[in-house]
Design a protein around this ligand. Structure first.
Ligand SMILES: Nc1ncnc2c1ncn2[C@@H]1O[C@H](COP(=O)(O)OP(=O)(O)OP(=O)(O)O)[C@@H](O)[C@H]1O
Length: 589
């Protein structure tokens, strides 16, 4: 009766069945619970997912009669045939029913219309025939209805479901006019039929009707309305132009004033005193290139072997710069050099280690080289100034892409991109962890995942926690921090795994872990997801933008499970990063 053991029994069942190459329904094992020898009471099973496992033949009667608590049933992409059994109607709790990609035939059974809780129904890619029943109107909670690629005929009934967001009846044998309430759906929803109206163009009769109606006073109305509109637009433009002109004349633009103030950042401040200030403090700075004659006294950046272009500190100081943001370890600027691409310069604050230790650690960081790590290109050290130089990533951080904190115009990340980012980040962290059992990232957050133009993930800000003083402990990373971490400078690899788990949950749910809504109730992202999953609303946790990737739902559920494993309360229960990488690689193929 314990729900968590039921849940794991169910997962075990799923794994057993998923591992099998081909399965037949076994009429002597009438319920799926007895089916593979897993003991669970069928009236407690709430989720049954058997996608693409080679099930074939007709579903015998009596399978669903006892599954009265079933909320999700997925039998998609098997070779099941015949008509749907009537006892499916007994699963009154069913929310999600995925039967696409089988060979089911016959009429859509009336039994479905008793499933008042259905939210998602996918019957696409089968051989259902006959008319589309108007009984769908009974399913008042329905948000997704996919009937495409069947042999349904006749006209579409007047379906009027207020919550229906996804609808598709394409590639059937339907004809006639599309009911009014469905005409707002996109053309793809209706292709491959003989339909008219809405996106499919006017119906022969209706078209003439509307034309003749327009010929009267409507035309006069439209003309007057348009004229008023044009006048209004012209007035607004005039007012805006005048405003702009007055603003321009009242404030002369001074680029320097836009730049960060002197004490905020050395970068981008093109002032002689500032150069001198740094010059005065210059202490035995070595350049890899000039090592040996380091006594030259020049202010040198130390470059690492992987650097694409080498420049002088002066170039950096002369460059125009903008503040990208303030983080745990200091402020990061974008600097545009005269030559080469832009760079990101991190000005470290509160460095607590001495110079030799700093150099030793930073040299270690600079020697790391992996496709999914943000390489450190150069650094600068003096008593008052510690700078780290990275390539500037114009796509910005995962946090900005997910939550759009850089203004509007963002495009939602597709499932494919999200899973690629998940794998890239995992590989980057795994590489770090293989450098030694004591090596950890220490600060995995979505703002520390930067992206290339091709959405290749680069993990940044690693191994810096050990350099800074204990005062740097802002709340912003609170949502990612493992419960056992008390000292941010000592973060274990298993604590990294926790943070990575939270990051995965963020990718899947689209919710930031530092969401004040979540935190108000003292609930963090892992606990929130757990509570939803426990209520068997698994599909409800995913970001809205991911709902259209129906075919990937199984992968999403598995990645969600992995995320929850990573974010386990106790470190011992969490997997190692290498396991995580191979699990995601298995998902992806
Ligand atoms: N190389 C880079 N290219 C482009 N943007 C960057 C780069 N490095 C950092 N940023 C962005 O600059 C901003 C500030 O970064 P910074 O690393 O200083 O703090 P953070 O990542 O926001 O916080 P924390 O250090 O606490 O993790 C962030 O939005 C980050 O995504």
């Amino acid at each position: 009766g314990d729900p968590s053991s039921e849940k794991s029994a169910l997962l075990a069942l799923r794994d057993t069945v998923a591992g099998a190459k081909a399965l037949q329904w076994n009429p002597t094992d009438p319920t799926p619970c007895q089916w593979r020898g897993v003991r669970c009471q069928s009236n407690q099973v709430s989720e049954l997912r058997l996608p693409g496992v080679g099930l074939s033949g007709e579903i015998p009667a009596g399978i669903f009669g006892n599954l009265t608590n079933l909320k999700t049933l997925s039998l998609r992409f098997n070779a099941l045939s015949g008509s749907l059994p009537g006892d499916l109607g007994r699963c009154a709790e069913l929310r999600n029913l995925y039967l696409q990609g089988n060979e089911f035939s016959g009429e859509i059974p009336a039994a479905l219309f008793g499933l008042r809780n259905l939210v998602r129904l996918n019957l696409a890619r089968n051989s259902f025939s006959g008319k589309i029943p108007s009984g769908f109107n009974n399913l008042s909670r329905l948000a997704t209805l996919f009937l495409d690629r069947n042999q349904l005929s006749g006209s579409i009934p007047a379906i009027d479901l207020p919550l229906l967001a996804q609808f598709n009846v394409s590639f059937n044998r339907l004809n006639g006019s599309i009911p009014l309430k469905l005409r707002t759906k996109p053309v793809e929803a209706f292709l491959g039929n003989s339909l008219c109206g809405g996106p499919m163009g006017d119906c022969p009769n209706e078209g003439n009707d509307s034309k003749s109606k327009l010929s009267g006073g409507a035309i006069v109305g439209i003309v007057i309305g348009s004229l008023i509109g044009v006048v209004l637009i012209v007035m607004v433009v005039l007012v805006l132009c005048r405003k702009r002109r007055t603003r321009r004349s009242s404030r002369s633009v001074d680029i320097a004033s836009v730049k960060p103030p002197l004490e905020e950042g050395v970068v981008g401040v093109k002032k002689e005193e500032e150069l001198k200030r740094l010059e005065g403090r210059n202490e035995n700075v070595v350049n890899v290139a000039t090592a040996g004659n380091g006594a030259s006294g020049a202010r040198k950046l130390v470059f690492f072997a992987n650097s694409k272009n080498v420049f002088e500190l002066e170039d950096l100081l002369r460059a125009s710069a903008e503040v990208l943001g303030k983080g745990t370890f200091g402020t990061t600027y974008k600097a545009l050099l005269d030559v080469g691409d832009g760079v990101a310069v991190k000005r470290l604050r509160d460095v607590s280690v001495n110079e030799s230790e700093f150099r030793e650690r930073i040299e270690g960081v600079g020697s790391l080289d992996h496709e999914n790590l943000m390489s450190l290109r150069a650094y600068y050290y003096s008593r008052d100034e510690k700078l780290l130089v990275f390539d500037y990533m114009s796509m910005g951080s995962l946090s900005a892409l997910l939550h759009g904190n850089r203004g509007g115009g963002r495009t939602p990340l597709s499932w494919e991109i999200r899973s690629r980012i998940a794998l890239g980040v995992a590989r980057g962290i795994e590489y770090l962890h293989t450098q030694g059992s004591m090596v950890s990232h220490g600060n995995i957050t979505a703002s520390n995942i930067l992206l290339t133009e091709t959405y290749n993930a680069k993990v940044s800000d690693f191994c810096l926690a050990q350099l800074v003083g204990p005062s740097s402990n802002p709340n912003r990373i609170a949502g990612y921090r493992a419960p056992e971490v008390t000292d941010v400078r000592r973060v274990s690899q298993k604590a990294d795994v926790y943070s990575y788990g939270v990051l995965l949950l963020e990718l899947l749910t689209g919710k930031p872990p530092t969401n004040s809504l979540l935190n108000e109730d003292g609930v963090d992202l892992p606990r929130w997801v757990q509570s939803v999953v426990r209520e068997e609303w698994t599909s409800e946790v995913f970001a809205l933008e991911l709902l259209r990737y129906q075919n990937a739902e199984e992968e999403m559920v598995q990645l969600l499970q992995l995320a929850l494993d990573c974010a386990a309360q106790f470190p011992d229960k969490r997997p190692w990063m290498t396991d995580v990488v191979s699990q995601i690689e298995d998902l992806a193929h």
